[in-house]
Design a protein around this ligand. Structure first.
Ligand code: SAH
Length: 249
């Protein structure tokens, strides 16, 4: 794989984009974020990752981070006092503080773009049945979900969010155009891709893509993107911004 050609260590504000993660499983990081695009960019200093072990902020000798739910019921709850101490130990600054949570606002590409353009993120990874409500309120944590399903912890969600942001940082992706044309840009899903061989199990590459006629190719891709979006994501199709999605004439 090609090394990114131009790596900028700063975002729009001139500071390196930083992800701060709080987790009881810090060894899960960088994990997949240490590989491929994100990993090369991390090694090159295009972004920074700080992982804090929440357990390190427990005060008892068993380093307890959870307790039984008030009111009864199954499972355990992450303790407010320990998590608050962990958050307070992280330098006070303006990065958004997000709690990974299936109850949160679903993450979108628009939000990812906004986060990538800022100074970075502080991400709290929940575990157990969840986190004591009082620390969410007291430390102004914004709950963010990566989809309508339940994971066993926030770490994989945090990695997904960081990965989505990092690939948008200046110089991390080889071709900037591939970001502006992909799914969700302009409110549409992306058109289908093909590459050699020209024939695969009796399935040819569509003729138009081999025509060399760039206007025709753009029109075909546009029509395919619209068809896919209409068929698969009626919610996106209904909410698309006509001004953005109308092709330039
Ligand atoms: N009892 C909770 C689920 C807890 S899952 C409920 O019913 O809502 C344990 C932790 O995994 C959560 O605290 C959260 O940090 C993380 N998690 C689970 N699903 C997630 C999702 N869809 N998006 C983001 N984080 C999630």
């Amino acid at each position: 794989m090609a090394v990114p050609s131009r790596l900028s260590p700063t975002n729009e504000e001139g500071e390196m984009w930083r992800a701060g993660v709080l987790s009881i499983f810090p060894d899960m990081f960088p994990g997949p974020l240490g590989q491929s695009l994100a990993g090369k960019a991390l090694a090159a200093g295009a972004w920074a990752l700080d992982v804090a072990d929440i357990r390190g902020f427990a005060t008892d000798k068993h380093r307890t981070v959870d307790d039984t739910p008030a009111g009864g019921g199954p499972g355990m709850v992450m303790k407010a006092d320990v998590l608050a101490r962990a958050l307070d130990a992280i330098v006070q600054e303006s990065r958004p503080r997000l709690l990974m949570s299936p109850r949160g606002v679903p993450l979108t590409q628009t939000r990812v773009e906004a986060l990538a353009a800022g100074p970075g993120v502080i991400l709290v990874c929940g575990r157990f049945e969840g986190v004591d409500e009082r620390v969410i309120a007291a430390r102004g944590l914004e709950e963010v979900s990566i989809g309508d399903y339940v994971l066993s912890g926030g770490e994989i969600g945090a990695m997904a969010l960081i990965d989505a942001c990092v690939r948008l940082l200046p110089g991390v992706m080889g071709a900037a155009a591939s970001v502006s044309e992909e799914s969700f840009a302009g409110g549409l899903l992306e058109y289908p891709h093909y590459t050699r061989p020209q024939m695969f199990e009796d399935r040819p590459i569509p003729d138009v893509l081999l025509s060399g006629d760039h206007a025709k190719i753009a029109a075909w891709r546009r029509a395919e993107a619209e068809r896919l979006t209409r068929d698969r994501r009626p919610d996106l199709w209904a909410g698309r911004d006509e001004k953005v999605t109308k092709p330039a004439r």
